[in-house]
Design a protein around this ligand. Sequence first.
Ligand code: DMJ
Length: 421
Amino acid sequence: MAERVRAEFLHAWQGYSKYAWGHDELKPLSKTAHDWYDGQTLLITPVDSLDTLILLGFEEEAKRTREYIDANLSFDKDVYVKNFEITIRVLGGLISAYQLTGDAKLLALADDLGTRLLPVFDSPTGMPYVYVNLKTGKVKDPKSNPAEIGTLLLEFGTLAKLTKKDVYYAKAKKALLEMYKRRSKLNLVGDGINVETGEWIGKSSHVGGGIDSYYEYLLKAWLLFGDEDCHRMWLESRDAMNQHVADDSPAGLWYGSVDMDSGARTGTEFGALEAFLPAVFVLDGDLDRARRLEDSAFAMWKANGIEPDVYDYRAQKATYPSYPLRPEIVESAYYLRHATGDTRYLEMGQTFFDAIVAHCRVENGYTTLKSVVTNEQDDLMPSFFLAETLKYFYLLYAPDSALDLKTIVFNTEAHPFKRTW
Ligand code: DMJ
């Protein structure tokens, strides 16, 4: 299986190289490239993929990609970028690739990017705006959410350690603390907040998009930096989430949505993004919960033969039927296999892999699905498919020695950060 994964990674990579080299992402059906910002490339796929190339042992391709990034990547661009996405994919990718290769240019690029992103924190609360202009430092859009505010500390914190510039850690940590401070009396967060006023604009509390990796980083910042504040915040948040958001019934363990103030249930939807949570429970040592939730996610996958982005677990129906090649359910299978040694997760992984090959493999790479009900294809190979989905598939089947989970922590985009401090 590890070899199959390597072969499919190469297939996807060759499609990108042939039709989108030097651009952000591949559109494999139209054989064209997609740049995120006004046709100004930030080399998102190469940066996001470099550590996967290294980990999977594609030495030639890794060398070519690293040298191309060194020579061509520039952040001196008059574009407003989404701080969250650029932090987890580009800053995260540069940091892990630097740690794996020792190439000082990669760290210099990360430091330059970090400096250009820093103005994003200049709001009245210290919580970041959604967009920042890489050239002018101007910011825009105060309407954000816990995930975009709270999923920065691993990247900025590691950059602080590597460059010895404490400001990176301080700004990202303050944003996280300010976010946490605004939790409800039940210790829950909502899914929308204004970073200028600090007022909630979305009071739905769940573990999906807009909130998901906020929880992930509370725990992981403790694991990576030994940050006791983050540990305390994780424990309190986890207990609240398990008490109020979890929906435990004979039909299985699920996490839906509730009102952050009253705890009243407002929805029974789970989805592909929510499937990150078993992995986090493994890291927290709660294997029972991790196993049960991954079983539910597997049931969601099997309902249509491939998972939808959103699934109503009461109605057992896909309510948002796209599949954008997401990694989370595979990530959780990897952690569970690693922690339990249970071969069940190898079989589960094979079910995932076979379905993705059957439905998403195209002549020039892999593509997203508009619907897992009709299997209609869309035309995009997101960078996280190479950065995360295929990396976790490989790690699921590779020997444990491929990566020492004791010394690294993955950021939310599957970039391994090594604790060197
Ligand atoms: C990735 O960019 C990250 O995993 C993020 O945390 C969530 N969305 C995608 C993958 O689904």
